[in-house]
Design a protein around this ligand. Structure first.
Ligand code: IPE
Ligand code: IPE
Ligand code: MG
Length: 263
């Protein structure tokens, strides 16, 4: 996607010593970067704070990563905010998160407008508490006509639930005679996922060092490159995003074939 060189340089001035911005190949910025924003609770606990303070601090990181991704010309930034399994957390923590999601979406609307960011949700937002759902619907409508980066927020998202939902939708189409089973291919399935119309993530970043996918975008990450950092999400900055992209650009993506030039 298009990026503004002047704004890029301004946003990424004062690079830390380990980063040389001239090493970044702007022609090979991943089109879709996805973040599993993990480690908020541990970040807070390590400071003697309540876990929910970690979630609040995590919002600050997300804001910085959104701006950084826009500056870099990323087409799609997705972020895992709440999984279908996160309902198993204590009620208080779930309530705080739901309140925080609604508050943040309202607070950040000016940023999303200024940066022309279009928001989409991955996951079943109809099952969220009424207030959160209403704010999401209002915010979605406010950003509907934006033409810049897509911010895909995974809230009440589970990869398996998403595939089951797609299977159900396809079964209904077959049942009512508008789809023949032999016409179902990978594109048909992809078009019935929450990510329909979006490119698959090329780079998945997971913070806090966990080596698992936790039911995230199971279909879409088939060939994604993974970048795992021990940094907790609230400490994740624009520079960590650059480090992840530099690592990505150093990978040999073979997609089952041989590298070019073939060895
Ligand atoms: C990620 O941080 C945010 C959500 C899952 C909502 P965690 O809350 O999982 O933080 P840790 O993993 O317990 O440190
Ligand atoms: C994954 O983190 C979900 C989000 C980041 C929203 P979790 O903290 O829920 O994952 P597990 O429980 O460590 O696998
Ligand atoms: Mg976690």
């Amino acid at each position: 996607m298009h990026y503004d060189e002047e704004k890029l340089i301004a946003y990424f001035s004062d690079a830390p010593d380990d980063i040389d911005m001239s090493q970044l190949d702007m022609a090979r910025i991943p089109r879709h970067i996805s973040c599993i924003m993990d480690g908020n609770g541990r970040w807070a606990t390590a400071r003697g704070l309540a876990r929910t303070e970690g979630h609040k601090a995590g919002i600050v990181s997300l804001r910085e990563v959104i701006t950084a991704a826009v500056r870099l010309g990323v087409d799609v930034l997705s972020a895992y905010a709440f999984s279908t399994e996160n309902w198993n957390r204590p009620k208080h923590e779930v309530n705080v998160l739901m309140h925080l999601f609604a508050k943040t979406f309202i607070d950040e609307l000016p940023l999303l407008k200024r940066e022309n960011v279009r928001v989409v949700f991955l996951g079943d937002i109809s099952a969220l508490p009424a207030r959160t759902r209403e704010v999401f619907e209002y915010g979605l409508a406010e950003c509907r006509d934006h033409t810049g980066m897509v911010l895909a927020l995974a809230v009440n998202y589970g990869g398996r639930a998403e595939i089951v939902r797609a299977a159900r939708q396809l079964a209904m189409l077959v049942k009512d005679g508008s789809l023949a089973p032999e016409d179902i291919d990978e594109a048909t399935v992809a078009n019935h996922l929450f990510t329909a119309g979006l490119p698959d993530p090329e780079l998945v970043i997971r913070t806090s060092g966990e080596l698992r996918v936790s039911n995230y975008l199971l279909w879409q990450i088939a060939y994604a490159e993974f970048y795992i950092t021990d940094t907790y999400w609230p400490d994740f900055s624009r520079w960590d995003l650059v480090r992840a992209i530099l690592a990505f650009q150093g990978r040999d993506r073979r997609f089952g074939g041989l590298s070019t030039p073939a060895r």
